[in-house]
Ligand binder design. Structure first.
Ligand SMILES: Nc1ncnc2c1ncn2[C@@H]1O[C@H](COP(=O)(O)OP(=O)(O)OP(=O)(O)O)[C@@H](O)[C@H]1O
Length: 251
């Protein structure tokens, strides 16, 4: 459903993303990994058609067969409009409108439909959230509301840029569970292999603007080939020594 073909992103004469190509099938969750500054966010920005001023892109981007390269999300055909969740989703929601009203608008859903939606993304007492304004919620709660909005809009693709990075482990787990409730395709950006492997079917690893490795999650985690991927996997194991030990014992 998403095809990125030879995408290049430039800041003036400096090439930041260099001939990046990958595909995401309908319903597939793909993790985009890499060190800080490797070009993950600008790749995502090109996909949603929202590059910062002074940054340009070339190459092909199609969503559900629609050529969307250089076209901002609101100007696209409905079937080619991705939803987004960022590290801080405060700006993605209208601060003046209650959560209930924002979630009921896209599908003209009833109050009970919206409550079901909030339960899907892990709110145990949705009634308490419905009347809240976004700025009355925590960062993790706002992220889950954004995920609920993506589900309500039936977005064909969710682009999630480090949605769990700034969160404590408990909130991180809640946001990951909410992301698992999304049926559509997903591009999940992170520098954490452990988080990506809980969620994603495939992984893509970027280094200095280029893809250095991509494949099925289990293959990448068990047999990384690129030096950067090896380092990212080693870092994940170091953060979870019990898992590393059980894997080495089972080999
Ligand atoms: N508006 C901009 N103008 C010029 N250079 C930029 C701009 N935005 C990003 N860059 C540069 O492009 C490179 C890639 O940035 P990008 O944000 O895509 O990296 P990233 O992999 O998402 O990093 P992080 O994990 O830290 O978010 C970085 O070197 C960054 O400094």
């Amino acid at each position: 459903m998403l095809v990125v073909d030879q995408l290049c992103v430039d800041a003036g004469r400096t090439r930041i993303v260099d001939e990046v190509s990958f595909e995401i099938a309908a319903g597939q969750r793909v993790g985009l990994l890499g060190a800080s500054g490797s070009g993950k966010s600008l790749t995502a920005s090109a996909i949603i058609g929202h590059l910062p001023p002074g940054i340009t892109s070339t190459g092909g981007i199609t969503i559900n067969g629609h050529d969307v390269a250089g076209i901002a999300t609101p100007r696209r055909h409905r079937a080619a409009r991705p939803a987004m969740v960022f590290q801080d989703s405060a700006t993605a929601l209208n601060p003046m409108v209650t959560v209930g009203a924002q979630l009921s608008a896209p599908a003209r859903s009833s109050k009970s439909d919206v409550a079901d939606l909030l339960e899907q993304v892990g709110f145990r007492e949705p009634g308490c959230i419905l009347g809240s304004h976004p700025l009355e919620l925590s960062g993790g709660q706002r992220q889950r509301v954004c995920i609920a909005l993506a589900i309500a809009c039936r977005s064909p693709l969710l682009v999630a840029d480090e949605p769990t990075t700034a969160l404590d482990v408990v909130t991180q787990a809640r946001v990951l569970d909410a992301l698992k409730a999304v049926d559509g395709a997903m591009l999940f950006i992170t520098h954490d292999v452990a988080v990506a492997s809980q969620l994603c079917d495939r992984l893509i690893v970027m280094e200095r603007g280029r893809i250095v490795e991509q494949g099925v999650t289990a293959d990448i985690v068990e047999r990384p080939t690129a030096e950067l991927t090896k380092a990212l996997v080693a870092r994940a194991h170091a953060a979870d020594p019990l898992r590393a030990l059980s894997e080495s014992l089972s080999r």
